[in-house]
Design a binder for this molecule. Sequence first.
Ligand SMILES: Cc1cc2nc3c(=O)[nH]c(=O)nc-3n(C[C@H](O)[C@H](O)[C@H](O)COP(=O)(O)OP(=O)(O)OC[C@H]3O[C@@H](n4cnc5c(N)ncnc54)[C@H](O)[C@@H]3O)c2cc1C
Length: 373
Amino acid sequence: MPQRKTKRGAERTRLTADADVLICGASFAGLTVARELRGTGARALMLDRYEVGERQTSACAAPTEWLEALGLEGSIRQTFRDLVVHTPHADARYRLPWTFSTFDYRELCGLLQEQGDAEFETAKVDGRTGATVHTDRGDVSAPLLVDALGWRRVLGSGYQPPDAPLSRGLEVHPGDSGNDLEIWIDRRYVPAGYGWSFPAREEIRIGVGSFDPRFHVKDTTVLLAEELGSEAVRYQGNWIPHRLRDATEDGVFFVGDSAGHCLPLTAEGIRTAFYFGIACGRELRAVLEGGRTGEEALRRYHDFSAEHEWKFRWMLRAQRLVPRVPPRLLGPAIRAMGTQRFVDWSFRHYLNIAPPSFAGAPRPAPAALQAAA
Ligand SMILES: Cc1cc2nc3c(=O)[nH]c(=O)nc-3n(C[C@H](O)[C@H](O)[C@H](O)COP(=O)(O)OP(=O)(O)OC[C@H]3O[C@@H](n4cnc5c(N)ncnc54)[C@H](O)[C@@H]3O)c2cc1C
């Protein structure tokens, strides 16, 4: 079990100095934004209520090419070329044109953080007035504000389940091992959504996600784990946004789940947090280097995110359609979609919604940079 390291009691002194850039949230999205600001000389301050990497926020599976493009291979636990899909009446094994890897959350966050030079403090962010962010350790102001706080969108207009467009996901992490990346589209586990089993070398992440926030997934997560012969231990769950939102609001940049950047249907939100995090970080960097005003950066980032709206809309349509397919037709449908040509075509399009090439060439590790200096 991870040890609690978050600052407590006397360690929680008041945050005093203001920053040039304040990044709220230090998970996939926030750390990626910070990484883009390395070497600008600006004071970038990152806040999170937990230490970096302390609280895993997902099953941690992402396209391997994205992890490689960001120099995060060291965190990989297992790599999968096949995706096994189970339905009540038939199963299919898809050979993907690219691979998925599961990774260790703490290690990945540590590697991402090393690639940036932002300062980090643990603080709970409570809200914002203008350019001032209120935290449980005092107020901090910055001309450039980033909300990478996840679905709550604390620095903007928030959402409340169960009325907001949010899915819910819950998983357990038994200390077992497995060979396949598997999903279940089966109403026994969830009327609209899917179950999964993602092995990660020393543990398996078994869970259920429901597109309908009113459906409680705890019992069926336990059921799936039991049916796979695993213990339902070490729970992890959260709400997952499934609709794209404005990526800027009232002068704030929103990245990752706070902007609804998680893809509908698949609930894949890690690589999109990387992707939009890089886009946001590049805009901020241009401001810090004097090439752009904050207003221009807000507009450009907003427009970049909004250009993807139609892709998110199509994914949301598919999310609404799949649960309506009668179970007896699901088997033939997933088999028909299993021709190699269709799998290659569809998964390439899917990857291209947020392609790894966007990350550019991998950066040298900081140690290599020091050695070269
Ligand atoms: C059960 C489950 C499994 C999933 N599996 C996958 C998967 O395998 N692959 C995939 O691509 N996606 C997966 N997702 C979706 C993915 O986890 C999210 O889309 C992704 O985490 C979004 O990254 P983020 O950085 O925007 O937000 P988050 O990862 O949610 O990070 C938000 C950060 O903000 C901090 N924070 C929140 N509120 C405050 C506050 N008030 N003050 C200070 N700090 C705060 C949190 O501590 C956290 O560090 C899964 C989601 C769930 C729920």
